[in-house]
Every structure is written in C-alpha cells, then in structure tokens.
Design a protein around this ligand. Structure first.
Ligand code: DP6
Length: 329
C-alpha cells in the first residue's frame, strides 16, 4: 500500500493531438505550470483477495474511469511481475473532469502510489512516461514549477516524457481560476483530439506552429519576460480553440462567462497595466496567470463576472510525491 499526492498542471503551450493513440504519444511538445493548492490524493492497495481492480473517486465507484486506471496498473504490474489486483481510493479537492486537469493530477498520483505499493523504485522520467500512458498531461504533473513535455520521435515513446524547466520559486507566478461550470465536459480531451485530427482543417497548421510557440515560451522563461510568456500562451490557447471550433462537429468548450472573463482579463492588462494573461483548456474555466501581487485584484474582478461560480487562487507548486499515512483524508 502507498499514498501519493499530485497537483494539476495548466499548459501554457498546449498539447492537442497525438502521434500514436495506443501509446498515447503527443504529436507536439507542450509547456506547463504545476499548481499548488489544488490536489489529488490517491491510495493504492494491492490485495490478493481482489478478483478485479476497484476504483473509488471521492468515495463513489467510478466505472467509466476504471479501464484507464487498470491499464496503468497493468503497466506497473508488468514491471513488478505481479498479477495482484488493486483498490484505488482517490480524492480531489476540486471538480473532476471539468477542464481543471483532474486527469493530470490523477494519473501522476496513481503511477507514483502504484509503483511504490508494488515496491518499484522508478525515477521521475520513468514515472513521467508511465503517467503519460494514462493521460498525456499527467506526464507533466510528476514535476513542479515550469515543466516541458517532449513529443519525442521514437515509436516506443520512451523519449516522450516531461522535464522540469524552472522551480516554482525561480519564477513565482500565480494562477486565478474562474470556475464557470462544474459539470463534466461533454467530449473528453482524448476523443476531442482525435476528432480534431480527423476533421479540423487547421490541425496541420496547429502542429506546424508548435515548435515556434515552445521556443518563444522557453525564451520568456529564461529571461523572466512576462509579456513574452503572455503573448506565447494566449496565442497557443486561442489557436487550439480555433482548431477545436473548426472540427466537425464543432468542439465548443466555452460558455458565455468564459468569454466575459477573457474580456475582463484583457481589459485589466491593456487598460490598467495589470500583469496577467488568460488560458483555457478543454472546458469552460478561465485560468488567469499573473504576478502574485496582482492576484487579489484579478480574483475580485473575475468574481464579479456574471456566471462565475467560484474563484480559486493558487501559487505554483511541487511535483508528485509520496505521502505518509497521516496526511491522507
Ligand atoms: C487542453 O492530457 O487530458 O488540457 O492524453 O487524451 O488524456 P489525454 O489528454 P489530456 O489533454 C490535455 C489537453 C489540454 C491541453 C494540455 O493540457 O496541454
């Protein structure tokens, strides 16, 4: 038995498209920030009396997610030479499956707790490769701060893993999340990406531009250039949503409040000089990335946007880690 905690990460240069679905290999690299105050805590127990894996998510069975979880556990069992089934008990302190990257923190915590429970000692690169098999973005939540994810070129995917770029303390940005709906999304990321690959006329252009966006974001990190990071991030985000919107049928993850939040953030920056930019994933939440001093003002403004249900503020945080028993709810 072992317990682990991982936090979601938010991509600034987005991953939207796979080069191999079976191994879950991304078609382009990505760059993210790991959050601090949102978390998944997962306990994995391998129990010889079980006849199949079991999954409890926030205290309830979750049959829809069990196959993906078992798939990840199978990879761990294969490495450990075990056939023992597991009970997975996982908790999120934020809404699941609503565009807040619960699959990223979920699979990062799962592979760390699962490997420890089986007595495997895997380095962070190996954990990142395994987490990627569960969810592409989970490879990044193994690490804290700013994280780069490589698409890799190998057919076996062993070079598609994340690496840390900067610690949270090296550029302590803040994220203010405007939650505009806590309903689970209609089309999950994996299915959405496949739809975009097959049908969006912008898909090829999206992939062709990824390296330039990554280079710009990395340059911004090196120089702590907030304006350059803002420009690269918003460009990547809006291009990804253009690819989604041009898919058939169209993938429309935004609601009215999403759009209002984007306008509010742009007004804060362009009219009032507040250091902030937005990013949005496969859901209607808006994440405002800012310098820490600006966070209270941004939270206050986003809290007044009609349709915003909740505002969460988080610093950047650490990577996935094992927990002592006492730290689990
Ligand atoms: C829009 O990692 O959830 O958040 O690999 O199919 O599990 P799968 O997809 P997932 O996709 C994340 C998409 C995104 C952008 C990003 O996080 O890079």
């Amino acid at each position: 038995m072992a317990r682990a905690q991982a936090q979601p990460n938010i991509a600034l240069v987005k991953y939207w498209g796979k080069r191999d679905s079976a191994l879950n290999l991304p078609a382009s690299g990505s760059l993210s920030i790991t959050l601090d105050s949102l978390w998944t805590r997962t306990c994995v127990v391998f129990d010889p009396t079980l006849t199949r894996d079991e999954l409890l998510l926030d205290g309830a069975e979750h049959p829809a997610a069990l196959a993906r979880v078992s798939g990840c556990l199978d990879l761990l069992r294969e490495r450990a030479g075990s056939t023992v089934q597991a009970r997975v008990d996982t908790h999120n302190n934020f809404p699941t499956g609503a565009g807040l990257a619960s699959s990223a923190s979920g699979f990062a915590a799962l592979v760390l707790a699962g490997s420890a429970a089986l007595g495997l000692t895997l380095d962070q690169r190996a954990l990142s490769v395994l987490a990627r098999r569960g969810s592409g973005s989970a490879a990044r939540s193994i690490f804290g701060g700013f994280v780069g994810m490589a698409a890799g070129t190998r057919a076996d995917g062993e070079d598609a893993f994340a690496t840390p770029l900067l610690d949270a303390a090296q550029w302590p940005l803040c994220v203010v999340v405007a939650v505009t709906s806590t309903r689970a999304k209609a089309v999950g990321s994996g299915a959405g990406m496949e739809l975009s690959r097959r049908t969006s006329p912008f898909h090829a252009a999206w992939l062709a531009g990824a390296d330039a966006d990554l280079a710009s974001a990395r340059h911004a990190l090196q120089h702590r250039d907030f304006a350059e990071l803002a420009a690269a991030s918003e460009h990547s985000c809006l291009k990804m949503h253009a690819v989604m919107l041009a898919s058939r049928p169209a993938l429309m993850y935004w609601n009215g409040a999403t759009v209002e939040c984007v306008h509010a953030i742009r007004a804060l920056r362009e009219r009032d000089g507040v250091p902030v930019f937005f990013t949005i994933d496969a859901g209607p939440q808006v994440k405002a990335v800012c310098l820490p001093t600006a966070a209270p003002r941004i939270a206050a403004v986003l809290g007044t946007v009609p349709g915003v249900e909740q505002v969460l503020t988080s610093a950047l945080g650490a990577g996935a880690r094992l927990l002592p028993d006492a730290e689990v709810d």
